[in-house]
Design a binder for this molecule. Sequence first.
Ligand code: TIU
Length: 217
Amino acid sequence: MEIAAEPYPFVLDPEHAALLIIDMQRDFLEPGGFGEMLGNDVTQLRRTIEPNRRLLRERGLKVMHTREGHRPDLFDLPQAKKTRGRSKTSIGDPGPMGRILVRGEAGHDIIPELYPKPGEPVIDKPGKGAFYATDLDAMLQHQGVKQLVVTGVTTEVCVNTTVREANDRGYERLVLEDCVGSYFPEFQEMGLKMIKAQGGIFGWVTTSGEILKALKA
Ligand code: TIU
């Protein structure tokens, strides 16, 4: 099925595609979470919740979720990631919703609006990219997935890193601009431009409306 996209139409093969929802975690999206504590405007991310929810309701594709976070013992946390930012409070410290970006803590979990349903695997990742130090590549191969429809946060960090990792591993990548968000409007715009530039060097960009239209047809 053909989907209107930039830089040119994307041919979606739903049998071999998966919706990959990146890091829609409470600490990034909720007022009072770690993201807001660092001074970020969470409303820039929260506008992605409703379009992602509509997409999940349609249930036309396999769904996989990711979460960024670390083991409670922090053995998988690089010192360089821990100390970067010179913040008084950093990964592993007590935060507004439990220990920051630690697996099992409330703030690390996925927001209730998009909470995974049975049969929707969650990939816990220690890095920005969803392929680094995870089973994602093997899972996609075993499920016959060749195309990724990518949504989530943030556009220029974990979404872009994952899209680039997927590019080098041979997956086709379609990014939904209304379903990805950045705390910074200029990074939202440039993060999407970087994907679709040069003939779609890292992938295609479209909207949830276009893909829903195609899946319903
Ligand atoms: N998921 C994700 O993008 N993690 C980040 O750390 N994002 C920031 O924008 N900081």
